[in-house]
Design a protein around this ligand. Structure first.
Ligand SMILES: N[C@@H](CCC(=O)N[C@@H](CS)C(=O)NCC(=O)O)C(=O)O
Length: 251
């Protein structure tokens, strides 16, 4: 039996991509909580494997040549897992390139734009007192997410999945669709996207990946003090180079 892959994880959309992929690929794994609300992403041992102070990251004890490897960035992790398992990432060059296009599209478009849309709806109003600026930013990102849903909807009108067969490209995108209401979108406006979303949601392995994240979060939050919870906005927002510098100096 191979050793489990350690996943440094919090159940946000970027984290869920990895637990879902591991379930789908039937690779053994263990989730290690990186509670980003508590500042775990700045812990020296985490920065050593994820210098961008963002989760997810993985350590595969049985990496290339049988020795450990660590990887950060969800896209790079999905590509690695696809190569390792031989699943959900085709070997044919044309098919592979198609998957890579949609995977890179997700990490550079759908994820960041949805994240900003959520920030200006859910967090900015509690952080700053400037309704006009917030309304502008909120509108800008909600429109961009809407455009991106349109792009996916067109693609899925003619394709069952985003890139050939079900792949790591679909897994990268799906967790970002879960919060469509948070990004102020109506899924029923995008019939093909809705069909794809529901189709994937019915997959047992995908559901197990989501469930594993929820269990870990509940357990970790139960251990967090109310004082720590109050500090989370300060930890998450307004990070600068100095935040990383200060954390790095602890190493
Ligand atoms: N491009 C990165 C983005 C990862 C990312 O943004 N992770 C967030 C949670 S979704 C995080 O770790 N946030 C911690 C923080 O903001 O300090 C990836 O795809 O892995």
């Amino acid at each position: 039996m191979s050793q489990p892959i350690e996943v440094f994880f919090w159940p946000t959309p970027n984290g869920l991509k990895i637990s879902i992929a591991l379930e789908e690929m039937e690779l053994p794994y263990v989730l290690k909580a990186v509670n980003i609300n508590r500042g775990d992403q700045f812990r020296p041992e985490f920065l050593a494997i994820s210098p961008n102070n963002r989760m997810p990251a993985i350590v595969d004890p049985e990496g290339p040549g049988g020795t450990p490897i660590s990887i950060f960035e969800s896209g790079a992790i999905l590509l690695y897992l696809g190569r390792k398992s031989g699943k959900l990432y085709p070997t044919d060059e044309r098919a592979r390139t198609e998957v890579e296009q949609w995977l890179v599209w997700q990490v550079s478009n759908l994820g960041p734009m949805s994240g900003q849309a959520s920030h200006f709806k859910n967090y900015a109003p509690k952080l700053v007192d400037n309704d006009a600026a917030i309304a502008y930013a909120r509108h800008r990102y909600v429109c961009e997410v809407n455009r991106l849903y349109g792009v996916m909807d067109h693609r899925l009108a003619e394709h069952e999945y985003l890139a050939g067969d079900y792949s790591i490209a679909d897994i990268a995108c799906w967790p970002w669709l879960r919060g469509y209401a948070t990004y102020e979108q109506k899924l029923e406006d995008f019939r093909n996207l809705q069909r794809w979303y529901e189709q994937l949601k019915a997959r047992p392995a995908l559901r197990r990946g989501v469930e594993a994240g929820q269990v870990l979060k509940a357990k970790t939050l139960a251990e967090q003090t109310p004082e720590e919870l109050k500090q989370s906005a300060k930890i998450l927002f307004g990070q600068t180079a100095a935040s990383v510098e200060a954390a790095t100096k602890q190493r």
